[in-house]
Design a protein around this ligand. Sequence first.
Ligand code: PLP
Length: 372
Amino acid sequence: MKVDFYRHHLGEREIKELLETLGSAFLTAGPKTSEFERRFANYLSVPSVVGVTSCTAGLFLALKALGIGEGDEVIVPPMTFIASANVVLHCGAKPVFVDVESESGLLDLCKIEAAITENTKAIMPVHLYGNMVDMRKLKQLAELHGLKIIEDAAHATEAIRDGIRPGQIGDSAAFSFYATKNLTSGEGGAVTALNDEINQRLRLLRQHGMSKSAAERYHNKYQHWDMLELGYKFNMFDIQAALLLPQIESAETLLKRREQICQHYEAEFSRAGIEFPKVPSGCRSARHLFTVWAPSGRRDEVLNRLQEKQVGVAVNYRAIHLLTYYQNRYQFKPGAFPVAESIGDRTLTIPLYPKLTDAEVEYVTASVISSI
Ligand SMILES: Cc1ncc(COP(=O)(O)O)c(C=O)c1O
């Protein structure tokens, strides 16, 4: 048997929406993008959503919209995808790494206060694998120190913890619709705004600082626009939105299948004594990625064995402070963030998507148990 690492779930409904869009006047940001923004905001129960080209763009715009710049510090976990820290650098600010919890791999809230300086302006929790950081506790901490919260919710569209979804109490949360994400348009993203001021700034910044969007400029009669500040070109467009709209409807149903697969993996791996990150209590995980922790020093051997058995694998993630660029820039040495490093040395990701058949799930389970 061969089990791909990922297969998307786009089907007839997405194709129908796409064809409708291709037959319409607007291929760029138009009515479908606006509809996506409304419906996604509704799904998340957040005040507003701004459609962008990627989660990276969304995180960057959120930092910009919240005024993060030169000389500022932003707290970021080192157990994440590089995008989380890279966008901080792109703003001219410094990512300050804070280690993660050993049970979940999520930012360790108990270690944040020790990392706060007079330059700290924001915290970027990462809802890793779809498991949410304790946002209520983080919000209290942020308010105590006057810090903004920008959530990296790339993995966490369907996540809820203690009744809170990403974007509901963070100043801004960015989502990814990259090719392997739970909802996908190949590339794409969305960013939430907790208030109208952030919403307006995100909208300006995503399109060159222009006072009117393409749809507004061409509505009925041509209308002049102005440039109000120096912005970027990160707007979502209708082709992406068309693919995403039906997926908002199916998200809850598909999550049930993801949950079922994860519970099977968890039960079998627990029985076999294999370790994996725990979903925190009170959290409904978005179940984006399923990772297992190989015994220390054996991860690459296990990866190779699984590939020999034709099981698709990935590594999410090696701790980012030890990647060449960050190590050179900030002279990090091994041992700086031991929990993230230990997870980064042991972690491997196995197939998890609704299209997996029961036989494939059984095959992946048996392959992991016999390879580890
Ligand atoms: C945790 C995390 N943050 C940010 C991103 C960036 O997302 P995008 O590729 O949509 O820019 C990813 C992408 O995989 C991610 O996994």
